[in-house]
Design a protein around this ligand. Structure first.
Ligand code: M6R
Length: 606
């Protein structure tokens, strides 16, 4: 999510590092920082280019590390910006990823008298390595022994005061690449940051660390076993690299879904623990125990995630949930009190209508919460408490991975509310376990995308489509239709299947296909009746069906298969398939799905 660049060589490092950081801007950043021993630690929340002006003298350092931050732990602020220093500057470190057990490591260090200048998990890592080094381990022993205690993901670069000119780096679940030049070398999170300087690169594999000097690089495992790796030549340009080989950001972001689901549950949900850890809700737990109603607001996809949340919380927790569009709620007089709570759902955290609803609710004395992706965004700062989804920067205008993490976020919130309100059931337990297995199932859905693409080819020619679903799949019908509209410009309507006879059935003929989301759940038979009614009127049917549903192929013109899963999670898998469908239709129509006409990623005006 964040970006790392580090340099060692003969040239003045600071301008090189700032240029490298600017190449990582596409990853999104809320603060940036750079460290060279000669120029000191320079950090800012005013963008990468502001760093140069912070140098007290003409820059002179010839090695250093730099970082652009996309906040996960701790608000966007200078004190949370990287690099982080440890123990009187014996080392400086930059980090991408999430240290899941950072609180345990922090407690251990606090007991030894450590104090921390930031709220980040990354600073804890810096202190931990420095402590091992101070205790007499070598630089690499200190690094490897610390990393073997870490749970979570990291891509790191660090420099030790005692070892000028040497860059240290390590990777686990967050990429690190070494760039090799003439009497100089680079370390980066992403080759985009260095290909304007060198195209000769070496990638670290998970569980490896590297020692990099201007002339040499050494790669070892955390067990200090040497690894030989020959440099490869990067052939792509920067734009291609930032998409990580995918043709579009939308495709890249769909492929990130298994990872971001795991990021969203990481450290919050575990097989070993029966409780759910949502630190952001701790200070309002009393209010959540007593709350009588929850009101959810959001716009677009976030509103549909809210509808899923309404059904989920209603069924798992038994708590009544009202749902409102931000654009409507802001103009309605909403009776708010401390026993009613508003939850704003938003990827960007900047949507004007959602923000206005939060402010209105707050003015009436209600407690406000956020389910937000962008850390430190306006809504994240405005609400009283909340939960971050950890989808990372989403660049494609059509929400894909962020939407899925909103659904997962609602899963976590439902489990937390059940826990706080003393609701127990076997259903809750099986839902919790199922949530932990969701990344594997999501990977399976991605592996089947070719079939979805083949189905999509048949439907690119239609002018209209209907999407139907029931219960937890009804929100996916709305969302699937929105996705298709956004990226393919086909007119698509989402409808709860039970409403068909109340009007929409009149539209059906052989030119009006229906996407029926009909997983093997408790309303399956009802969906089958709807499908039969549409078929009787010659409406072409695509059915999103669960593996093993032998009736699907008989009934539907085309079937999109999803794996068997917990009833509440099959809609999540279905929505992924519908994203793939919309993407493929856009391509079939020659539309760039990353740049839908007339739309913007963040809707900051009414
Ligand atoms: O940033 P937000 O989640 O608040 O944005 C809300 C909507 O604008 C957003 O979900 C929009 O509908 C997407 N383009 C859908 O793909």
């Amino acid at each position: 999510m964040c970006g790392i660049i580090a340099y060692t060589g003969e040239r003045v490092a600071l301008p090189l590092l700032i240029t490298g950081l600017s190449k990582l801007e596409y990853r999104g950043y809320d603060s940036a920082g750079v460290y060279t021993p000669e120029d000191g630690l320079l950090r800012s929340t005013d963008g990468v280019q502001s760093l140069a002006a912070l140098a007290p003298n003409a820059p002179s350092g010839t090695f250093g590390i730099a970082h652009t931050r996309w906040a996960t732990h701790g608000a966007p602020a200078v004190r949370n910006a990287h690099p982080h220093a440890a123990q009187n500057n014996i080392l400086h470190l930059v980090h991408n990823g999430i240290i899941e057990n950072y609180q345990d490591l922090k407690d251990e260090l606090s007991a030894l008298g450590h104090t921390f200048a930031s709220d980040t998990d990354s600073e804890v890592l810096a202190h931990y390595i420095a402590t091992a080094y101070e205790a007499g381990l070598t630089t690499t022993e200190a690094l490897a022994s610390t990393l073997s205690k870490v749970r979570g993901t990291y891509g790191i670069a660090l420099v030790f005061a005692d070892d000028p000119g040497t860059l240290y780096a390590a990777a686990l679940g967050s990429p690190i690449v070494i760039g090799i030049g003439e009497h100089e070398a680079w370390v980066a999170s992403d080759a985009t940051a260095l290909i304007h300087e060198t195209k000769r690169v070496v990638y670290l594999e998970d569980g490896e660390y590297a020692i990099v000097t201007p002339e040499t690089y050494t790669i070892k495992t955390l067990g200090h076993i040497d690894k030989t790796r020959t440099p490869q030549t990067v052939t792509q340009n920067a734009e291609e690299l930032s998409k990580h080989g995918y043709a579009h950001y939308m495709l890249k972001e769909m492929h990130e879904i298994p990872t971001v689901i795991a990021d969203t549950t990481r450290g919050r949900l575990s097989e070993m623990r029966s409780t759910v850890k949502l630190g952001g809700l701790e200070e309002v737990r009393r209010e959540l125990e007593r709350m009588e109603r929850l009101m959810v607001v959001g716009c677009g996809s976030a509103y549909y995630a809210g509808l899923y949340g309404k059904y989920l919380i209603g069924s798992l927790v038994g708590l009544p949930v009202d749902l409102e569009l931000g654009s409507e709620a802001r103009y309605r007089s909403i009776p708010a009190s401390r026993s009613s709570v508003l939850l704003a759902v938003t990827q960007s955290g900047e949507t004007a209508d959602t923000l206005a609803s939060v402010k209105a609710f707050k003015e009436h004395g209600g407690l406000t919460l956020g389910l937000v992706n962008v850390v430190g965004s306006t809504i994240a700062r405005t609400v009283d408490a909340g939960v971050y989804t950890h989808a990372g920067p989403e660049i494609g205008v059509a929400s894909t991975k962020a939407f899925v993490t909103q659904l997962v976020g609602f899963g976590l919130i439902a489990l937390k509310l059940a826990e706080l309100r003393g609701v127990t059931s076997t259903e809750l337990l099986s839902f919790k376990d199922a949530l932990l297995s969701l990344p594997t199932l999501a990977t399976e859905v991605l592996a089947r995308s070719e079939r979805v693409e083949a189905v999509a080819q048949h439907y690119a020619k239609y002018a209209h489509m209907l999407y139907i679903g029931r219960s937890l799949s009804a929100p996916m019908a709305y969302e699937g239709a929105l996705k298709l509209k956004e990226v393919s410009y086909i007119h698509a309507e989402g409808y709860p299947a039970g409403e068909m006879k109340h009007g929409p059935l009149a539209m059906i003929d052989d030119a009006f296909p229906t996407m029926a989301i009909a997983p093997r759940d408790s309303v399956y038979e009802k969906m089958i009746s709807n499908i039969q009614e549409i078929k009787a009127r010659k409406g072409p049917i695509i059915m999103v069906a669960t593996d093993g549903d032998y009736r699907a192929e008989e009934m539907a013109d085309h079937v999109i298969w999803i794996p068997k899963a917990h009833e509440a999670l099959m809609p999540v898998l279905a929505t992924m398939a519908l994203q793939q469908f919309a993407y493929a239709v856009a391509l079939a129509k020659g539309i760039n799905p990353d740049r839908p006409r007339n739309l913007a990623k963040s809707v900051t005006v009414e």
